[in-house]
Design a protein around this ligand. Structure first.
Ligand SMILES: Cc1cc2nc3c(=O)[nH]c(=O)nc-3n(C[C@H](O)[C@H](O)[C@H](O)COP(=O)(O)O)c2cc1C
Length: 175
């Protein structure tokens, strides 16, 4: 297990997964990291829908995504990861997006610490909140009143990528 600064330094998005599923223990450790994330006023309102990558609704979701964008794609939107986790939160609650963002990064760091690959996904927002919102909410067990916030793919890495470049000069000021 990596220490937290090393996991932050070495994490990068994984866009290619092995077919082999991660273990139940690995999956549970990643979900636990999401549940342990802080939330505004400790409301713990973020809901995690854990979906196997082979779920037919994900195939339909991918097709809807392509329809909206036009064109085709070599991979599905979650790069054939064995699991996709959809995070939802109460619609209209100001902190839902922030809390989901914190939870998903906790999960990404836990995955990195365990040597797993992961990818944070925003691209399905339009489909998940569009005309088929109720349909997909039901398909993915999203509680009544909740709305999609962000998604997370996790699995064994089939490809690797260097962490992104960054610039302290551009993004930080000390006053
Ligand atoms: C809120 C959010 C939404 C994202 N949505 C997508 C996405 O839909 N598809 C994708 O391939 N990557 C997505 N990413 C991953 C970013 O592209 C990636 O984090 C960024 O390019 C930096 O690369 P790194 O994660 O390897 O450091 C998303 C990341 C965040 C934080």
């Amino acid at each position: 297990m990596k220490d937290v600064l090393k996991a932050i330094e070495e994490r990068s998005s994984t866009r290619g997964y092995k077919e082999e599923k991660i273990t139940k223990e690995e999956l549970e450790a990643v979900i636990k990291a999401g549940l342990q994330a802080p939330t505004a006023a400790n409301r713990q309102e973020i809901y995690f829908s854990v979906i196997e990558g082979t779920n037919p609704y994900l195939k339909e979701l991918h097709e809807d995504l392509l329809k909206g964008r036009g064109g085709s794609s070599e991979h599905n939107f979650f790069y054939e990861a064995p699991y996709l986790i959809i995070l939802s939160g109460p619609e209209g609650f100001f902190w839902s997006a922030v809390d989901a963002g914190i939870a998903v990064e906790n999960m990404a760091l836990a995955a990195e610490g365990l040597g797993l690959g992961s990818l944070i996904l925003g691209c399905i927002k339009d489909v998940m909140t569009g005309e088929k919102k109720a349909y997909y909410n039901k398909a993915f067990g999203i509680p009544e009143g909740n709305v999609y916030q962000v998604a997370f793919a996790v699995g064994y890495k089939a490809v690797t990528k260097e962490p992104h470049e960054y610039s302290e000069e551009k993004n930080v000021t000390f006053i």
